[in-house]
Ligand binder design. Structure first.
Ligand code: HEC
Length: 139
């Protein structure tokens, strides 16, 4: 009986990386998601005419659909989120993002997957406003 429960416990632990409370989710967004998007994506995906109309500046601009009709970020469903396809090695998207010499690390991709799987919490207001940041890889 105990042995039958162990695998289930493991799955619960592995899936609860993103904290459950609202303040925990906000902290996760601010410390994990926001810095990666600002450093690796917002140099191109911001402003009036971002390619291909994906503006990663705020929740309102980011939670949209691609011209082909797919959601960029579909809360709870990383596999159906075009943003994940675009950054994932071996993903379905032919042009890997970011379009620089480096791609995201496995940890960063996993972090974005966890974030979307947990509802893709993105706060409103100043804390949820992203601005391009220079990074070593993406000067
Ligand atoms: C150097 C500029 C640049 C950077 C940095 C960049 N992108 Fe893009 N992105 C583009 C361009 C240009 C396109 C349009 C498609 C193409 O030409 O590759 C695009 C397309 C996309 C698409 C749509 C793919 C599709 O199938 O329509 C997604 C999603 C995307 N980018 C996400 C990201 C994410 C997430 C990051 C950061 C990890 C990122 N991009 C970083 C330039 C960039």
């Amino acid at each position: 009986m105990i042995i039958r429960f162990l695998p289930a416990l493991f799955v619960v632990t592995a899936c609860s990386l993103v904290p459950a409370s609202k303040s925990g989710r906000e902290h996760y967004f601010l410390t994990q998601v926001k810095p990666v998007l600002e450093q690796h994506c917002d140099a191109c995906h911001n402003g009036a005419l971002p390619p291909p109309a994906l503006n990663l500046t705020s929740k309102a601009t980011a939670f949209t659909r691609s011209p082909s009709g797919r959601d960029y970020i579909l809360p709870d469903d990383p596999d159906c989120s075009l943003l994940i396809s675009a950054v994932q090695r071996g993903g379905t998207h032919p042009k890997m993002m970011p379009r620089t010499e480096v791609s995201l690390t496995e940890d960063q991709i996993g972090m974005l997957r966890d974030w979307i799987e947990d509802g893709a919490y993105w706060p409103a207001g100043e804390s949820g406003t992203l601005r391009p940041q220079k990074s070593r890889e993406n000067p």
